[in-house]
Design a binder for this molecule. Structure first.
Ligand code: 48H
Length: 262
């Protein structure tokens, strides 16, 4: 029996990894914007994988605000609560409240169920940059990176990459620093996150969610950091609308045959 269990695990993971070495979209970071983006891309029939360095997906959702495990969603994003069957309470005419654990787990469940592949414990340490296009990611085990072990990585080729790494905008920062590229931002670099201004932060998160370099899209707080917008605290509608917008931009780009970099 022990051999059967081990063989099933090794074969299952090997098959999953092998099937995902060349994909349509690699999403780096499994927070709200990355997961919702994965859900809509998978639903549209695209081959999409999410790479998350932590054991669990959900990013900053779980902790709510200061570990009060509640989140706030504005009415513009209300339809996601229905789509993901998340129970909620109306707070006033503009805002709803939901349980952060229910939101995180529902996004995880629905993205996998729609056909996205989720890889946890994998740290994206670099990008593939060829002929002025980002065409993949470079991955390693998160514990290998944490222990600073000298272990070479594996590579995933992908038509598009989404930087959904949250506050650090890690993928964009790495591509900028190592690739010497110019981003589609006012300065051509990373503008940096600004202080709290919830209304504007939510609005600009969605506006700034876009392709910032051929093959490289930014969503959620990574989009905020890259384009120099304001933080907004534990309101999650902007993160969900951002991931949804990126999914639609990628679907359009693939339909129009613009994403042929892999
Ligand atoms: C693999 C990585 C890597 C890497 C990071 O922070 P997140 O929840 O991201 P968003 O943008 O979807 O949501 C932001 C939201 O949670 C938040 O922080 C808000 C609303 N803040 C407002 C405020 O005022 O503070 O998730 C990002 C995920 C995390 O799970 C990281 O572990 C993961 O990305 N990650 N995974 N390789 N190099 N870097």
């Amino acid at each position: 029996m022990e051999k059967t269990i081990s063989t099933a695990i090794v074969k299952g993971f090997y098959e999953k990894l092998l099937n995902n070495l060349e994909i349509d979209t690699a999403i780096v970071g499994g927070g709200p914007s990355g997961l919702i983006c994965a859900y809509y891309l998978a639903k549209a029939g695209l081959k999409v994988s999410v790479f998350e360095s932590k054991l669990s997906f959900g990013g900053g959702i779980w902790g709510g605000a200061m570990m009060f495990n509640e989140v706030v969603i504005q009415k513009e994003a209300f339809h996601f609560l229905d789509e993901f069957k998340i129970r909620h309470r109306k707070y006033d005419d503009n805002f709803y409240q939901a349980d952060s654990v229910e939101l995180a787990s529902s996004l995880v469940y629905h993205s996998v169920n729609a056909g996205a592949t989720l890889f946890n414990n994998i740290y994206v340490e670099d990008v593939i940059l060829k002929e002025n296009r980002i065409s993949g990611i470079v991955i390693n085990w998160a514990p290998v990176m944490e222990r600073k072990m000298h272990v070479d990585p594996l590579m995933i080729t992908s038509k598009n990459i989404v930087d959904a790494t949250g506050h650090p905008s890690f993928v964009s920062a790495t591509a900028l620093k190592k690739g010497g590229i110019t981003l589609n931002t006012p300065s051509g670099g990373i503008e940096g996150e600004k202080p709290m201004w919830a209304e504007l932060g939510e609005k600009l998160t969605v506006e700034h969610s876009k392709e910032i370099f051929p093959g490289l899209y930014v969503s959620g707080m990574a989009a905020n950091g890259v384009s120099g917008s304001f933080r907004m605290g534990p309101i999650f509608g902007g993160m969900l609308l951002s991931g949804y917008k990126i999914a639609n931009l990628i679907i359009d780009s693939i339909k129009q045959g613009k994403s042929d970099g892999a």
